[in-house]
Design a protein around this ligand. Sequence first.
Ligand SMILES: *Cc1c(COP(=O)(O)O)cnc(C)c1O
Length: 235
Amino acid sequence: MLLIWLGTINPVHEMVSESKKMGALTLIDGAQSAPHMRINVREIDCDFYVLSGHKMYGPTGTGVLFARKSVMEEMPPYQGGGEMIKTVTFKETTYNDLPFRYEAGTPNIAGAIGLAEAADFMADIGIEKIEEIEHHLTAYAHQKLSEIEGIRFIGTAPQKTSVVSFLIEGTHPTDVGTIIDKLGYAVRTGHHCTQPLMDKYGIPGTVRASFSAYNTTDEIDGFSNAVAKAAKMLR
Ligand SMILES: *Cc1c(COP(=O)(O)O)cnc(C)c1O
């Protein structure tokens, strides 16, 4: 599902239900969804859902792995350590209840508390409010950037989250990124670990700006000016 890098919101519920018809187990990588939208694993009906803490204002090295209870009951523990057993004899071992049997050893307690704080922080603002702000910023950025000569947007699905991926004709994404970095705007450039997607578009990479609810339209004005300046220097 490469389109995540374009901000495209995939119809995951439909994808899951089609996959189920083929007898597949389903895992949704929600690293890019969790910061931006309400997630309901029951509605999606997936078997697994994963997300990264540091992509949603939380600490690095934290995340969530949701697994359907019936699937968890069937899976063997993948790691041994403290708290994951119920009884041990030389003859046999019985494993602890869920979810403890998958949580061997001392966990990252401080990280988990930090992640919970991050979730509370988002809940306090309100996920709908976050979506609304980010939607507005994305539309504004598209509009501002489209005034720049030679700009080509990659990924313009009507349902998308707050990333804007683009190229400027006759320039390399890395050069654009380097110049605007010097002007104070950090973007990601390159193939974004999705070379097949870049091949599909026949491009070497893109410049990708992503917005969060704490960004402002003033910042987008400054960012667009920086991109325009880079375009002028390089073209
Ligand atoms: C960032 C990201 C990952 C990797 O997660 P880390 O927690 O940074 O290792 C995986 N999938 C997607 C879609 C991501 O955005």
